[in-house]
Ligand binder design. Structure first.
Ligand code: AMP
Ligand code: MG
Length: 326
């Protein structure tokens, strides 16, 4: 079955085309065009304008790279949420017009569960605990009823951030340091030179809290009471250890022996090294996702569309559609 997936939840407009069967996802193409701004960050209205402007061109590129005609494509899937409202509508309207024109089935999918599903299929994992750490999200997730291969079980969030996502927290501190956006990779580079200082470590049961850690780092920096490199190193060590603690507890409770890291913060080598150590110590396997599939793109939307094609909600867009509502 050939599915075309459209992603538009945030700054990326992407179209991926896959050839899918029960246990295999072959990516034929994964084209995208991302909105960027050097100083002001993401303005939702501007992002929607960007997506409308580039959509036709990205589609042309995708069809030509995949060497496919419309007759060969079975269905169209699109990201229905969560995300920025104007960006979601731009993607939905494009997908709907296309489905009407080409007479194809239109499948709404959840952006977050698409990140999880693509992580699972490319690693051939069986029944993992997912650690989803992006700009906005920091969640420990499992899927129920995985043993029934013909049914997609419900997702359950076992733990999450109670305030901001880890990526956003790193980006905020990077902004204080005047490092620009995205800040995560820049903090990672500086952290390599630093040493450990003690900072707030906030784990509440299965949840974490990042604002105390961020405030303390900001204060120490502004008062010149710690060096930038020590702060970058120690911020990472604390945030990573807190998150790994709840992920490990989820593995212990559920007795699962696979962990998949998805989301943009997964690019951080130190984070992966710490997760690898934790998994090794408990005889579990750690997986992450290659950079080409870690960020937002259309192939993961197409694969999630394949998984949901026989049972999906009647909807247009939902900016607040949570993983545990899927
Ligand atoms: P996403 O929301 O999944 O697109 O991920 C974007 C987030 O990942 C941003 O907050 C980035 O700062 C963060 N990020 C990207 N690369 C790294 C890295 N090497 N280390 C830490 N955070 C990163
Ligand atoms: Mg994403």
């Amino acid at each position: 079955m050939i599915i075309l997936g459209i992603e538009s939840t945030a700054h990326t407009f992407g179209i991926g085309i896959i050839k899918a069967s029960q246990n295999a996802c072959q990516i034929l193409t994964n084209c995208k065009d991302s909105y960027s701004s050097s100083d002001i960050g993401m303005i939702p209205g501007d992002i929607a304008i960007h997506h409308k402007k580039v959509a036709t061109d990205v589609l042309k590129r995708a069809l030509s790279e995949a060497k496919l005609s419309w007759e060969q494509i079975d269905s169209i899937a699109y990201s229905a949420g969560p995300g920025l409202d104007p960006a979601l509508w731009a993607g939905f309207n494009f997908a709907k017009d296309l489905a009407n024109k080409q007479n194809k089935q239109l499948i709404p999918v959840n952006h977050c569960t698409a990140h999880l599903s693509i992580g699972k299929i490319i690693n051939h994992a069986k029944d993992p605990v997912y650690l989803y750490v992006s700009g906005v999200n920091t969640q420990v997730i499992v899927q129920q009823g995985v043993k029934n291969k013909n049914k997609q079980g419900k997702y359950k969030i076992l733990g999450e951030t109670l305030d901001l996502g880890m990526g956003n927290m790193l980006d905020k501190f990077a902004r204080t340091l005047k490092l620009g956006f995205p800040g995560g990779p820049k903090i990672e580079k500086i952290a390599k030179l630093g040493s450990f200082i003690k900072l707030p470590y906030t784990v509440k049961g299965m949840d974490v809290n990042f604002s105390g850690l961020l405030t303390k780092c900001t204060q120490l920096f502004e008062r010149k009471q710690a060096s930038t490199k020590d702060l970058c190193f120690s911020l990472q060590e604390h945030a990573f250890a807190m998150t790994i603690e709840i992920a490990e507890r989820a593995m212990a409770h559920t007795q699962k022996d696979e962990l998949i890291l998805v989301g943009g913060v997964g690019a951080n080598k130190r984070f992966c090294e710490m997760l690898e150590t934790m998994c090794k110590e408990r005889g579990a396997t750690f997986y992450n996702v290659p950079m080409s599939l870690a960020g937002d793109q259309g192939a993961m939307i197409a694969w999630e569309g394949f998984l949901r094609k026989d049972n999906y909600p009647k909807m247009e867009v939902d900016p607040h559609w949570r993983t545990d509502e899927v």
